[in-house]
Ligand binder design. Structure first.
Ligand code: SF4
Length: 370
């Protein structure tokens, strides 16, 4: 058995590269690569704009959800210069429903910076890319490898899973990330002009998503199954090892669904912070231990509301750092009732065009029974 099988938690030395793996991987990729909206046909160079856009959208969101959004974006803004000239409001509207809205704000800021500082052309080095808004180490490596064929390995969740199984990495995530990064780099082809770094990275991503899946990996179809340590042991599904999760404290609050005929009362959230700049219905603070009565104190001040109606049930939503429970209060006001300061009426029929985050879509659907 390889010495790697006995990898201990503190060990960080990478093993020697196994010469056959990079070639096996590329050969498999040439026959089984996924067709994705942002991927050019085999042999064609990838467009840095499309690689960047897809990588930002794919952070925390799956391929199936991203596909239609990606196509909408590239139809409306076919290159980074066009996106850089768009308004932030338009970008947020197009992004609505994808979640994690700081990505949309950074996306716009990055396009503006590429247009303003680089003449509408993405820098072709990891260092240059990392200097741009919203591009971290992973995204910079992904664009460098896929669009510019730089010899670097971006490690996403799929690659973490494949590598941790292949080498039986016992150290739990996230501490194991540096070791997994070193091991993943051994799967790149030789360092010459034919290294095909982008294809190696995409091969591992595809392998992780279609064969080396979290549950029931199809090892019999895997091009690396002759040399996989956890397959030999039969405990593949227990990798990658993970440290126990800490879930955030539950927060509670209220959302107020006020209608004036076929219009709904909304406002825009502050630019900074969670869901910055997005549209929402008026609501209370979201606090641990908030009770319904305290939340009701923060109802919008409108003339003509004798009583708020509390809808049965709650709306639940999970943010990265905390779960949320919202109670929903509804009220109807007379025609010509003026909105409170900082709020506005929007026709319910045009809500799809508003930059509404998912939590607000759920609250409105619950409040309006739609
Ligand atoms: S043999 Fe199985 S566990 Fe090992 S890398 Fe391939 S699919 Fe994953």
């Amino acid at each position: 058995m390889s010495s790697l099988a006995a990898t201990k938690t503190k060990r960080r030395d990478p093993p020697k590269a196994t010469p056959g793996r990079p070639a096996l991987l590329l050969d498999w990729y040439d026959r089984h690569r996924r067709v994705l909206p942002w991927r050019p046909p085999a042999g064609e160079r990838a467009d840095p704009y499309r690689v960047w856009l897809s990588e930002i959208m794919l952070q925390q969101t799956g391929v199936k959800t991203v596909g239609p959004y990606f196509l909408k974006f590239v139809t409306r803004w076919p290159d980074v210069a066009a996106l850089g000239r768009a308004s932030l409001d338009d970008v947020l509207r197009m992004w609505a429903g994808l979640g994690y809205y700081s990505r949309a704000r950074n996306l716009h800021a990055c396009a503006v910076a590429v247009l303003r500082d680089h003449g509408g052309v993405f820098p072709d080095t990891e260092e240059g890319l990392r200097a741009l808004p919203g591009i971290g180490p992973y995204t910079a490596a992904a664009i460098s490898a896929i669009a510019f064929d730089r010899r670097t390995m971006p490690v996403d969740g799929n690659i973490e899973r494949v590598v941790s199984r292949l080498f039986a990495v016992e150290e739990p995530l996230p501490q194991a990330k540096p070791l997994i990064q070193q091991l993943a780099a051994t799967l790149l082809g030789p360092g010459d002009e034919k290294s095909r770094a982008g294809d190696s990275a995409q091969a591992l991503m595809d392998l992780g998503s279609s064969i080396c899946t979290p549950k029931k990996p199809a090892c019999v179809l895997c091009p690396l199954n002759d040399d996989c340590l956890t397959l030999t042991r039969g405990d593949q599904e227990t990798f990658p090892r993970k440290a126990p999760k800490k879930s955030g404290t539950l927060r509670r609050g209220a959302a107020f669904i006020v209608t004036r005929g076929d219009e709904l009362l909304v406002r825009t959230r502050a630019e900074k912070g969670l869901l910055g700049g997005m549209t929402e219905v008026p609501g209370s603070d979201w606090l641990a231990g908030h009770d319904d009565k305290a939340a009701l104190q923060q109802a919008p001040a409108l003339t003509g509301i004798a009583k708020w109606h509390r809808k049965a049930g709650v709306v639940t939503h999970v943010f990265t750092h905390f779960p949320l429970e919202l109670v929903i209060y509804t009220a109807k006001v007379a025609a010509r009732t003026r909105p409170p300061e900082g709020m506005r009426w929007v026709p319910i029929a045009t809500l799809a065009g508003e930059a509404l985050p998912n939590v607000m879509r759920k609250a409105i659907a619950h409040g309006l029974d739609i």
